[in-house]
Every structure is written in structure tokens, then in C-alpha cells.
Design a binder for this molecule. Structure first.
Ligand code: NAP
Length: 244
């Protein structure tokens, strides 16, 4: 389905990002992924991807650093020969009620989750314009659609991603580039491990179960493929019905 394509996935070393790398790779894409610092997980993911017979490489890069992002995208183009799919998945949480939330905690979450996506998009933009094609997929959250007590920084960053998605979609629609967002609910990963044993949260989900990283990856595959060529500026919830 994605043979001959190169996908860049931020936060691809583990969790949802790793599942995205594996499913896009299984469908023929070559994969360049970024990670923050967990080299062991990055090596494991790279080995798994290479075992599929595709070209794959993990790059340590802090997406909150504009210069690092610009440099790594240049390096990926040189290593892989181009980029066709960009998945902005890297994200962090620093949850606190506002009186306890430090200004630095607000800034670092917005810098990683929102500005990080702006930096990668800015770096691939000229390339996608020139080739008159490209798929950009931003991983937002139902927190960004509904708000969430204790997550002012995270919700603001994820709501910001929705605005960024729609603006990029409008700028690039006539150039054959699609930009969409995905808003997951509770997905079982390291990020949510303190919640996944909580029966109250589970019962608040109409489907009565947490999602799996692979559930999100299947939606990314659809948005990365030509099956979604007439969809842009859309935000798709994947949450077992939680935010409807
Ligand atoms: P996770 O398991 O905590 O993994 C986070 C990934 O992001 C790791 O690969 C990490 O790299 C990378 N990362 C973090 N900060 C980074 C930085 N500054 N620069 C580059 N990479 C960075 O998270 P997840 O649960 O898979 O979540 C993935 C995305 O889905 C996030 O954007 C999250 O907000 C969103 N989401 C998750 C859920 C959920 O329920 N899990 C729900 C809605 C939305 P290292 O391995 O090197 O640390």
C-alpha cells in the first residue's frame, strides 16, 4: 500500500508511535522516526522495522528544538531520498491543577506537543509544495476537544494542534497535500499506565475498554494512504465513544 514512500514519525520509539512505525512499515513504507532519549527502545523498534525488510532508522532529536528538527529533517531527506508522510506523534504530559502548574511545565508541554509539530511541518513544507503531494497527520487528543481538569497545558497544546491542522490543510489543499488530526481517547501506553487500572475511567468509556496503540495506527495508515486523498482538515476521534 505504501511501497516507495518514506514516513517520518516523531516519538516513534515506543507507545502509539512505535505501533504507527510498525504498521506503516508492514505496508511497505520506509521509516525514519524521532525519539527523545530512550535509546534502548529506539534500537528495539529500529531492529523490528529492519526485520520487516524495509529501510528504517531512529534519530535522537528533541522536537521542541527548532534547529534540531530542521537539521534532522535535512538529514532524513539525505539518508532516505525524500519524505512523503509526516506523523507528528511525539508528546508529553505534565499534569497539575493550575495553582500547582509551573509556568515551565506549561511551556515545555506546549513546546513539545504543539511547537514541535510546527517545526516539523515547517521543515517538510517546501518539499511537499515542490512534489505537489504529501500527508501530514497530527496526533491530538480528546483532551484538546473537551478540556480536562489538571491538563490545562496538555489540552491547550492539543487544541492548538487542531488549529494548526486546519490552517496547514487550507494552505496546502490546492497543492495536493492533506493534513488531518487524530484525537485518541485513553490508549494503553506508558503515558496512561497510572490510569489503565482505574475501573471508573474504563466505565466512562461507552465501549468499556481502553484503546490499543494498534487501533490508532490503523487510522494513521488510512490517513497516510491514497484511500483518504479527498480528506483534509479533518479531526477524527478514536476513543471508544468517550467524547461523543
Ligand atoms: P509515550 O508512550 O509516552 O511515548 C512518547 C513518545 O514521544 C516516545 O517515543 C518519546 O521518546 C517521544 N518524545 C517525547 N518527548 C519528545 C521530544 N521532546 N522529542 C522527541 N520525541 C519525544 O506516549 P503515547 O501514549 O504513545 O502518546 C503518543 C502521542 O499520542 C502523544 O502525542 C500523546 O499526547 C498522544 N495521545 C496519547 C493518548 C494515550 O492515551 N496514550 C491519548 C491521546 C493522545 P523517548 O522514548 O525517547 O522518550
Amino acid at each position: 500500500m505504501l511501497e516507495g514512500k518514506v514516513a517520518v514519525v516523531t516519538g516513534g520509539s515506543r507507545g502509539i508511535g512505535a505501533a504507527i512505525c510498525k504498521l506503516l512499515g508492514k505496508n511497505g513504507a520506509n521509516i525514519a522516526f524521532l525519539y527523545a532519549g530512550n535509546t534502548q527502545k529506539a534500537e528495539e523498534t529500529q531492529n523490528t522495522l529492519e526485520g520487516m525488510g524495509i529501510k528504517a532508522k531512529g534519530y535522537q532529536c528533541n522536537v521542541a528544538d527548532a534547529a534540531q528538527v530542521a537539521g534532522v529533517i535535512k538529514q532524513i531527506v539525505s539518508d532516505f531520498g525524500g519524505i512523503h508522510i509526516l506523523v507528528n506523534n511525539a508528546g508529553i504530559t505534565k499534569d497539575k491543577l493550575i495553582p500547582m502548574m509551573k509556568v515551565e511545565d506549561f511551556d515545555s508541554v506546549v513546546d513539545t506537543n504543539l511547537k514541535g509539530a510546527f517545526y516539523t511541518i515547517k521543515s517538510v513544507y517546501p518539499l511537499f509544495l515542490k512534489q505537489k503531494s504529501g500527508k501530514i497527520i497530527n496526533i491530538s487528543s480528546v483532551s484538546g476537544l473537551m478540556g480536562n481538569a489538571g491538563q490545562a497545558n496538555y489540552s491547550a497544546s492539543k487544541a492548538g494542534l487542531v488549529g494548526l491542522t486546519k490552517s496547514v490543510a487550507k494552505e496546502l489543499a490546492s497543492r495536493g497535500v492533506c493534513c488531518n488530526a487524530i484525537a485518541p481517547g485513553f490508549i494503553a501506553t506508558d503515558m496512561t499506565e497510572t490510569f489503565t487500572g482505574n475501573e471508573d475511567i474504563k466505565n466512562a468509556i461507552p465501549m468499556k475498554r481502553f484503546g490499543q496503540a494498534e487501533d490508532v495506527a490503523k487510522l494513521v495508515l488510512f490517513l497516510a494512504s491514497d484511500a483518504s486523498d479527498y480528506i483534509t482538515g479533518e479531526v477524527i476521534r478514536i476513543d471508544g465513544g468517550m467524547a461523543m
